[in-house]
Every structure is written in C-alpha cells, then in structure tokens.
Design a protein. Structure first.
Length: 146
C-alpha cells in the first residue's frame, strides 16, 4: 500500500469515527503534529504507535504497515493555492531571509534541523480574534569544513 492510499484510509476512518487528530495522537502516545504528519504520509512510525493507531481507527494491517514505511518527502513545487498553506509559504517568503540572517548571527553558518525537530500548534484566545501559535524547535546543525 502506498502512502496516498494509506492517508485516504486514515482520513476516511477518522471521519467515520468522528475523532480528532489529538485523539489519534493520544492513542499513539505521540505528539499531535508528528502523528498527523505521519498519517498524512510525510513521516514514518515505529511498529508500536502504528499498531496503536491501527487499533484505534480499526484499520487493516496494510495501513499499519504503510504507516511504518519510510516516506519519500516531496511536495508540489508550485505556489500552493490553499489559503492556509499559502500564508505559511508567504511567511517563509517574506521572513525566511530574516530568519536565516538571525540564525546565522546567533549560531553561525548552519541550518535548523527538520529531523531533530518538534513543532506545536496551539490556540491563544484573544478578544481581538483568536491567535494561531506555531512553535518550531530544531537542533542547530553547523556546516563543517573538510
């Protein structure tokens, strides 16, 4: 089973059971962001959490196996048209060079890991309109000379 078919099966089961990504993550014993990413095919799971998700969503063994398969991380290279994803793309377009400059100034020549990484998405209630809080935490990886 490929990751696209796996994701379709997971989303269908999620909808049929009326559960949230948070509930699925709780069943897996993992973070909401990482669990959702794995269910959408962009990360793989170890056997135990994959089996827990399979049991929670009543999924066939093929889906559980696909959750454990290493992903091929690729995405559309065109500018996204979904409004929320486009805004994130816009943020990186506008603030990416600033982030790069500040990271280099504070850490040196290197990158923020997307492997040794965590992300949390929270809701902050605000009388002027609720706020989306995205916290990214990645290990700094310096470039090395050789």
């Amino acid at each position: 089973m490929d990751k696209i078919t796996m994701t379709e099966a997971i989303i269908l089961a999620k909808s049929e059971l009326g559960v949230s990504w948070g509930q699925i993550a709780e069943a897996a014993g993992l973070s909401e962001v990482f669990t959702t990413s794995a269910c959408l095919g962009m990360n793989s799971l170890k056997p135990e959490p994959a089996e827990k998700i399979g049991a929670f969503l009543k999924l066939p063994k093929e889906v559980v196996g696909a959750l454990q398969a290493f992903p091929h991380k690729s995405w559309e290279k065109a500018v996204p048209t979904d409004p929320l994803i486009y805004r994130l793309y816009e943020i990186v377009g506008v603030y990416g060079p600033t982030m790069k400059e500040l990271i280099h100034e504070k850490f040196g020549d290197g990158i923020m890991s997307a492997i040794d990484f965590s992300m949390h998405i929270d809701k902050e209630e605000n009388p002027a309109g609720d706020r989306v809080v995205v916290t990214m935490n990645g290990k700094f990886l310096p470039y090395k000379s050789w």
